[in-house]
Structures are given as C-alpha cells and as structure tokens.
Design a protein around this ligand. Structure first.
Ligand code: ATP
Ligand code: MG
Ligand code: MG
Ligand code: MG
Length: 480
C-alpha cells in the first residue's frame, strides 16, 4: 500500500465512524507559548480537552505534523542512528471530545489494523497501565485489559508502568492511562525469545511502538491530586511512517516510499549508494529526515534564525549540512535540491510545501552556502591548530575560539581530532563555555529587556545542543 493510501485509508475509516477530517495544524502554534513546536497530535486540541473551547464535531481525525527536537520530547539524537525516530513525522489521530471512550477506541483500532490494513494479528502486542503505588494510588486499567482480552490472547497483553502507560499533558490538566500497540516484525532467526515486557520494550529496531491510545479520564489539579473527569476523552496517535514500514513489509522507515524518493535523489547528487556503508547510511538518513523538518518549518513560516524556534531549525539544517560535508564529501549546497522531490511526494496531502517551494529552496540554499563557508574557513584554522599542537591533546581554549569566533561546530572539531588520533580537552572547552555564558549574562543585564531575552536564548540553546551532541556522537562513532 502506497503511503498516500495509508494516510487516506486511516482518515476515511474514521470518517465512516462519524469523525470530521481536519487538516494538520501548523507546527508552530502562535498562541501557545508553552510549546516551541507541535510535538504530538493533541497539542492543537489542548483547549478542547481543557473545556475552554468547543470543537465543531465531538469526533475528529487528522494527520498532524509533529516535530520532536526540543523540550520534553527530543528525539534528535536518535535520528539517523535508528530507523524509526524522526525529527518531523506525521501522527495519525482520532479524537473523541466527551464522546466515545475505551470500548470504541480499542475496537476500532483493532478493526482498522486487522480488517482494513490486513496486519497479521500474530505480530501485535498491546500494553495496559498496571496501576501505581505512589501518591496517586491508581488502580490498574482493568477496563482496558478486559476489552483487549476479548480480541487478543492474554499473553500478548503486557503491563506497563506510569512512565510508559500513563499520559499527562503537564503538571496540571487532563490525563489518564494509555494502551500502546507494538509490532514485532523480526524474522524467526532474529527472535531470541523472550517473554513479556522485555520483548516489547527491548531496543530492537524491528520491535516498535506504532500506536498510542490515551484514555483521558482524570484531571490533575493544581494541588497535585486527581479528580475523575465528568467528560472522558480519547486521544490516539499513530506514527505514520512506522505504519508504512509495517504495511510495505520493510524493516526501516527509510525503506518506505515516504523516504526512498529522497534517498534516491541524495544518492544521485552525491554519487553514493545507500545500504553499503554504516557511516554513509547514517548521513543519508540524517539528511533525508532533516530536509523534511526544515522544509515544513519554512512552509509554516518558521525560517532559520538566531533565536528561539528559528535557531532550532537552523541547527537542524546545519546538522544535515555537516553530515553531508563530512561523510558524503559534499562541499557545495545540495540539500535545497531535495525540496522538489519532497514537494512532489507530499504536496497533495500538504499543499503548503508545493505553494512555498521556491521560498523553501532559496532559504535552504542560502543557509547552506553560508554555513559551508564557515566550515571551510574553520577547517583551515583547525589544520593550523593541529599543526601547532604538541602532544596528543588540543586545548579547550583553542577549540572554543574556533567555536565561538568562527561558529565552527565543536562536535566536528572533536570528530576531526579523533580521526587524527588527537584528543579534545573537553573540560577546558566547557570551562570556556561557562565563562562565556557568564560574560553574556553580565552584558545582557546592562542592556534593554528585549536584548536580555535574545542573548539568553541563543546561548542556552547553543550549549544544550551542540555540546551534548558532540559527546553522544563521539561515543557512537567509535561503535560504528
Ligand atoms: P517511542 O517510545 O518509540 O519514542 P513515544 O512513546 O515517545 O514513542 P508517543 O508520544 O506515544 O510516542 O506518540 C505516539 C506515536 O507516534 C508512537 O506510537 C509512534 O508511532 C510515533 N512516534 C513517536 N515519536 C516518533 C518519532 N520521533 N518519529 C516517528 N514516529 C514517532
Ligand atoms: Mg519517544
Ligand atoms: Mg513509547
Ligand atoms: Mg507512546
């Protein structure tokens, strides 16, 4: 089944069950200061759950563009390294606002997966909330368990704790237990059998969660206690790309038709082949993922910039440029050339990508050009540093200069050094970073209020992302 049909089948199925199909909200919600990007299907409907606004229908269905690159949900580090976490992904959802509840949500989920999508029931597992011994003293979700028991053998129903199976929007507000549906698409040889929780939650790339059914039945009050909601709601979220992986009988989201046209284009442009070399494969996955995130953000009006959400977008694009530069040996702009493929593939479901295509290409190309220039200059300077280094370690102070004055990414410095058998004085680098943070704080305190926000924003985020990424990536490169 082609991805277009996977999406439309989902929406039509729920339309038949009296849901109204609504378009995806933009990824940047202008009226929600608590969230940088929409990171789940429910975010645009928050006000309906809280009872502050009324939907046009108590049943809705949609495919929401989600971005998990900041805050509580940040999957950026996984992207490219695993085969099922993306920065931007679509979350298919069906919603009941005080209308149907667990019985229908579970029965319809099963009907869709088995009768409509024809998934073999033997590869599915479900999870149920086991209850909690903490202050909430919640009971296990017997209602969900009994409903699942009618449709799936009991040894495929696994108990999950609060972390995995109790969903909360924040410190206050609607919340409740959830049931997740997982697939196990390992071949018999890949199965080292294993029972219960291990099987579903182990980090095997072919054992993945595809759908989360959230049963909102409580309200968390300001004093931390739970009260039973008068109106109960359903919030479901299914990863579209993961569903396509299952339905197209492949082992990775990147082998579905959501990604293959982009990957083919990268292969052509960079004269590489996907599936032959671990590092090249990671780079190709990173680029094919990130171009989607950046293109859709620009289409939604969030351009790369130096602060806030714009800065996150700039960093995602730079991450892609760096992987292309380092592993695909691509020293001139090329990511912008992938936009036309993306627009062809996604333009029908998301017209904004078609109508904004020219702008998206121009913005990406300009960003690529300027960052590649930075990389070039930085490499020359780094070479000079390496030449003058005595011993094995490059001082944190010098690496910091390169990072701070020339914008050269610290993780790239660390990578190049490790390739040359040298080490980076990370401690020294961190000390310089801290000093600079204090300097800019002090400077911003003397300035106007707007300026304070700008400065703090940029510095905080820079630190959080680039440095953390440097550490994680390095350990991973050693593994590859
Ligand atoms: P995981 O445990 O795999 O990280 P999750 O529990 O964080 O997923 P939910 O918040 O329950 O995910 O989101 C609902 C669905 O969205 C998941 O069941 C999954 O199919 C999909 N999903 C979540 N995160 C991603 C991602 N980064 N990329 C692609 N799909 C995702
Ligand atoms: Mg997650
Ligand atoms: Mg999960
Ligand atoms: Mg989940």
């Amino acid at each position: 089944m082609k991805s277009q049909d996977v999406r439309s089948t989902y929406l039509r199925f729920f339309e038949d069950k009296k849901h109204s199909i609504v378009p995806s909200a933009p990824m940047v919600l202008k009226d929600d200061p608590t969230l940088m990007f929409v990171n789940s299907g429910m975010a645009p409907f928050k006000e309906y759950f809280l009872g502050n606004a009324k939907p046009k229908n108590t049943r809705l269905t949609d495919s929401q563009k989600c971005l998990r690159v900041s805050g509580k949900h940040n999957d950026l580090e996984e992207v490219g390294y695993d085969t099922y976490h993306h920065t931007l992904f679509e979350m298919l959802g069906n919603w009941s606002f005080g209308d149907y509840f667990k019985k229908e949500a579970i029965a319809w989920a099963w009907e869709l997966l088995i009768d409509v999508y024809k998934i073999d029931p033997d590869i599915l597992y479900v999870t149920v909330f086991e209850g909690s011994n903490d202050g909430d003293a919640l009971e296990m979700d017997q209602e969900a368990y009994d409903l699942w028991k009618e449709i799936i053998p009991e040894d495929r129903i696994l108990m999950g704790d609060k972390k995995d199976n109790f969903w909360e929007m924040g410190d206050q507000g609607p919340c409740g237990p959830c049931s997740e549906i997982h697939v196990d698409i390992r071949t018999p040889e890949e199965k080292v059998l294993v029972s219960g929780k291990d099987l579903v939650n182990q980090d095997h790339p072919q054992v993945v969660e595809i759908w989360n059914l959230v049963f909102m039945q409580y309200n968390r009050k300001a004093n931390g206690s739970l009260e039973v909601l008068p109106n109960k709601h359903i919030d479901t979220g299914m990863g579209f790309e993961r569903l396509c992986m299952v339905l197209q009988d492949v082992k990775s989201n990147y082998d579905t038709d959501v990604f293959t046209p982009i990957i083919r284009e990268i292969e052509t442009i960079t004269d590489t082949e996907y599936g032959k070399d671990a590092e090249i494969d990671i780079a190709i996955r990173v680029i094919s993922d990130h171009v989607r995130a950046v293109a859709f953000s620009i289409a939604d009006g969030q351009l790369p910039s130096n602060t806030g959400a714009g800065y996150v977008i700039r960093r995602i694009l730079r991450r892609a440029i760096r992987y292309g530069f380092t592993f695909l040996d691509k020293k001139e702009p090329f990511i912008y050339r992938l936009v036309s493929v993306l627009s062809k593939k996604m333009g029908d479901a998301f017209p904004e990508i078609k109508s904004q295509r020219q702008l998206i290409e121009n913005v990406i190309k300009e960003e690529e050009t300027s960052f590649l220039r930075t990389l070039d200059q930085g490499l020359v300077l780094l070479d000079r540093i390496i030449e003058t280094t005595k011993g094995k370690e490059v001082s944190g102070d010098k690496a910091f200069q390169l990072y701070d004055t020339y914008g050269f990414p610290i993780d790239l410095t660390a990578l190049i050094l490790s390739e040359k058998g040298l080490e980076l004085d990370e401690k020294g680098f961190n000390e310089e970073l801290q000093k600079q943070k204090q300097r800019s704080r002090a400077a911003s305190e003397m300035s106007t209020e707007d300026w304070i926000i700008l400065i703090e924003d940029a510095v905080e985020e820079f630190v959080g992302y680039d440095h953390l990424e440097a550490q994680v990536k390095l350990t991973r490169y050693r593994k590859v």
